[in-house]
Design a protein around this ligand. Structure first.
Ligand code: ZN
Length: 69
């Protein structure tokens, strides 16, 4: 993790480190949310050509990855 903090103290004791960790988490969640919020992820046909929706192929993997970090 890239951080400007060089405190080297316990991550749970340093507000800056906690802030950096939370910020990275929110960015991860936001990327996952944008995928599920995107209408294109639910498209099941292109003209007469049937395709499986991207979210069905994904099976929640993006959400799981975002939660696990
Ligand atoms: Zn720190």
């Amino acid at each position: 993790m890239s951080s400007a903090c060089t405190c080297h103290i316990d991550l749970k004791q340093c507000w800056w480190c906690l802030y950096e960790a939370e910020k990275a988490k929110v960015e991860r969640y936001e990327r996952a949310l944008k995928f599920y919020a995107n209408e294109n992820s639910y498209v099941t046909d292109i003209g007469s050509f049937k395709i499986e929706a991207t979210v069905m192929i994904d099976k929640g993997n993006r959400a799981k990855e975002a939660l696990e970090g």
